[in-house]
Design a protein around this ligand. Structure first.
Ligand code: GLY
Length: 363
């Protein structure tokens, strides 16, 4: 069944890629994705090139490579002019430049990947042992659970440069996530704020979840997949334990169709909103956890989640996107951000199907 789902997704996304070519899709409210080419620093701009590299891995069709290179070149100004770079440098350049370098050995892409990793490392605050999230005065001392996924480019740079510094920063940030974000029951805070000078925790804030004390669906998926990646890269059992804790929280709270709520701990009567993107990311986390532990329950859960997405969230044939029912944030007011298709939902759905069928994921 999983191989049929993969073939169906490859066919759909190939068609979409030939439509979009070197554009940069983010959201689709109906049939057609928008284009973020004029906002090169936007955090989701790596996911479409990531999809193109997945398509290339599966098909070996050079046209996907050509489209990916065209998107990658649109992102260059961000690094070359140090323009609005933030904590999401990993998402953007691990899936564009680093993929390009790993598939072809392209030297300029290697350098862009290393620049992205260096800028990300420079956001590490040694007092509080966190990686700063957004830019702007309002965001001083802010760290977010999502950044666990961005650590992947630091682990890559550490190996590429044979320099432990990147690795140590990634580990410190993962340690802070265990200490300050993940609660005893495996639920978690989205945003934690630190005093920049002393590094002392100043409390948590409402981010994209229901409340500051709930557990945002996609944030929970970033934690599960991100902790699993830190375990893969370091073999430190504390990260495995943290990943398993989040995994068991998710398993306890998933609804019967296995598509996560936009927030697992929103009050029962408000727990209506779903987020397909959280489902796709969580499925990737479970697959990776299975690959590292060989515990069948994780593979079983990944299959149930992928089937849940396939049965309840697949977009109609004439839509460019793979999945419907994504949500940018629990309280998003803009209809363009509510119950829509989102490029990272499509990326992780395809990555989950590739990984479960023996292909390579890129985090
Ligand atoms: N990293 C931001 C999000 O997941 O929406």
């Amino acid at each position: 069944m999983m191989i049929d789902y993969l073939k169906q997704a490859i066919e759909k996304m190939s068609k979409t890629a030939h439509d979009i070519k070197g554009g940069i899709p983010y959201l689709a409210q109906g049939k057609t994705y928008d284009d973020y080419s004029s906002r090169p620093s936007w955090w989701t701009n790596g996911f479409y090139p990531g999809i193109l590299w997945l398509l290339y891995q599966y098909t070996q069709d050079k046209r996907f490579q050509t489209y990916a290179l065209s998107v990658e070149s649109k992102l260059d100004t961000v690094l070359d002019e140090f323009k609005d770079v933030d904590h999401d440098a990993g998402f953007i350049w691990k899936l564009s430049s680093v993929c390009h370098y790993e598939f072809t050995g392209n030297e300029r892409s290697r350098i862009q990947g290393l620049k992205a990793a260096s800028f990300l490392a420079s956001r590490y605050h040694p007092q509080g042992e966190y990686i700063r999230a957004w830019n702007g005065d309002w965001a001083r001392g802010h760290a977010i659970i999502d950044s666990l996924m961005n650590l992947s480019i630091l682990y890559w740079a550490s190996k590429e440069l044979k320099d432990e510094g990147f690795y140590q920063i990634a580990k410190k940030a993962a340690d802070t996530a265990i200490r300050e974000f993940i609660r005893e029951d495996g639920s978690l805070y989205h945003i934690v704020v630190f005093d920049e000078s002393s590094g002392k925790r100043n409390g948590q804030r409402l981010g994209q979840g229901y409340s500051e004390n709930s557990s945002w669906g996609r944030g929970t998926s970033w934690a599960l997949y991100g902790m699993t990646i830190s375990y893969r890269e370091t073999k430190d059992l504390r990260y495995l334990e943290a990943a398993k804790k989040v995994a068991s929280f998710v398993m306890k709270h998933l609804p019967s169709d296995y598509v996560p709520y936009a927030d697992y701990l929103a009050p029962h009567e408000e727990r209506r909103k779903k987020d397909s993107s959280a489902g796709a990311i969580t499925a990737c986390g479970f697959i990776q956890l299975y690959q590292l532990t060989q515990e069948e329950s994780y593979l079983d859960m990944a299959k149930k989640m992928i089937k849940g997405l396939h049965d309840t969230c697949l977009a109609p044939e004439d839509h460019q996107a793979l999945l419907l029912h994504g949500n940018v944030a629990y309280h998003a007011k803009d209809i363009h951000e509510t119950d829509i298709s989102i490029i990272y939902g499509d990326y992780y759905y395809l990555e989950a199907l590739m990984m479960i069928n023996g292909f390579k994921g890129y985090f």
